[in-house]
Design a protein around this ligand. Structure first.
Ligand code: MN
Length: 206
């Protein structure tokens, strides 16, 4: 992987209009180009502040700076995962997970339908702005569902994030207004299970 000294906005792995009708072109363009980009810019601004303070020997309010840094880096990281775990419906998006990921979900939740129900409920009920995430707990080997508030609260350090769903209002308000549950329902049409299975294999070290 190429080394960089700052963060950059990754391009989407599909066209802006390709996730419609689950996510419209206008909604996706705004979300990626404005909202995601703002976290990239915000994180880089803090890197510059840290560099300048270190070079000049000046003190920073580290508590406030690091909190803001984790917010922006968390936002950038989660969005980068989110775009990759989506694909156009019927062209890589939708359906159910197969292989070892499918087996792990069935073993943990009893069935895919039960997992879908729990994940949807987690996404619909995340307080305020946040995310639902499927992750793998490396200490137990069990898949778990997390609710992440903002971008950085309730993240479990031992868990590898496999799949995320952005439930900030900026992710769906143009298309769904206040109907987050409908957005969550339509999300299932554009889930890229192949990409998520690859993250699962990587997390397990297989
Ligand atoms: Mn977002």
């Amino acid at each position: 992987m190429e080394k960089t000294t700052s963060y950059s906005l990754p391009p989407l792995p599909y066209g802006y209009g390709d996730l419609a009708p689950s996510i419209s072109e206008e909604q996706l363009r705004l979300h990626h180009d404005k909202h995601h980009n703002a976290y990239v810019v915000g994180a880089n601004v803090i890197l510059e502040k840290l560099d300048a303070a270190r070079a000049g020997g000046t003190d920073l309010d580290l508590k406030a700076t690091l909190k803001e840094f984790s917010f922006h880096v968390g936002g950038h990281t989660l969005h980068a995962i989110f775009w990759k775990n989506l694909a156009p419906a019927g062209r890589g998006g939708g359906g159910t997970p197969s292989g070892e990921l499918g087996e792990a979900i069935n073993a943990e939740f009893g069935s895919f339908e039960r997992f879908k129900k729990e994940f949807s409920a987690a996404a619909s009920s995340t307080e305020g702005s946040g995310w639902a995430a499927l992750s793998l707990c490396r200490m137990t080997g069990r898949p778990i569902i997390m609710q992440i508030e903002k971008h950085n609260v309730n993240v479990y350090p031992a868990c590898a994030i496999l799949m995320v769903l952005d439930v900030w209002e900026h992710a769906y308000y143009l298309d769904y207004k206040n109907d987050r549950a409908k957005y969550v329902e339509n999300f299932w049409q554009i889930v890229n299970w192949e990409a998520i299975a690859k993250r699962y294999e990587f997390a397990r070290g297989t």
